[in-house]
Design a protein around this ligand. Sequence first.
Ligand code: FMN
Length: 183
Amino acid sequence: MTKVAIVFHSGFGHTKVVAERVKAGAESVPGTHASLIPVEEIDAHWADLEAADAIVFGSPTYMGNVSGPFKMFMDASSKPWYERKWKDKLAAGFTISGSPSGDKLNTLQSLMIFAMQHGMVWVGIAELPQNDEGTNRLGSFSGVMAQAGQVSPDLEPNLEDRKSAERLGQRIATATARWAKVS
Ligand SMILES: Cc1cc2nc3c(=O)[nH]c(=O)nc-3n(C[C@H](O)[C@H](O)[C@H](O)COP(=O)(O)O)c2cc1C
């Protein structure tokens, strides 16, 4: 089994919906076990991250960047950073914001740089923007961008953004299986 861990923060539930779809997409790839780890529970899960083959990072965009609780997790990862525990694991990321842009690229860049600091290998998005399936609606190649207005997470992110998250889960799980064969 390849193991994909999804570490996320969600203040109001929208990022959690995206994280759940990433998990479902990853688990649709045979031989993959995926787990959701809220940053609030990270202290019980450092060993799970060390055991994972891939880690997907997810944060809402707050003030044009990762949320405060997600940044706390990033800073708390200095021990595995120093010990190179996540080196050569695959990584990917997702974010959601209220506006179509909302400065989400900055959040994804923060997640990417974080993964690079850990010596990880970043996996992006392959689908063309606004394809027949409707995925990659907001046209991002560095990670999933989703959007939700001031409505319940039951209503938004919309189906296309949820499907985009599933596609990322499938891609990271498939890439992880290939990576495990050669590393
Ligand atoms: C403190 C705070 C800052 C926010 N900053 C932004 C922002 O910079 N750009 C944006 O488009 N939306 C922003 N939003 C909206 C959130 O990104 C949006 O509601 C998102 O769906 C929240 O995800 P969550 O429910 O997982 O917390 C902000 C919301 C909060 C609470």
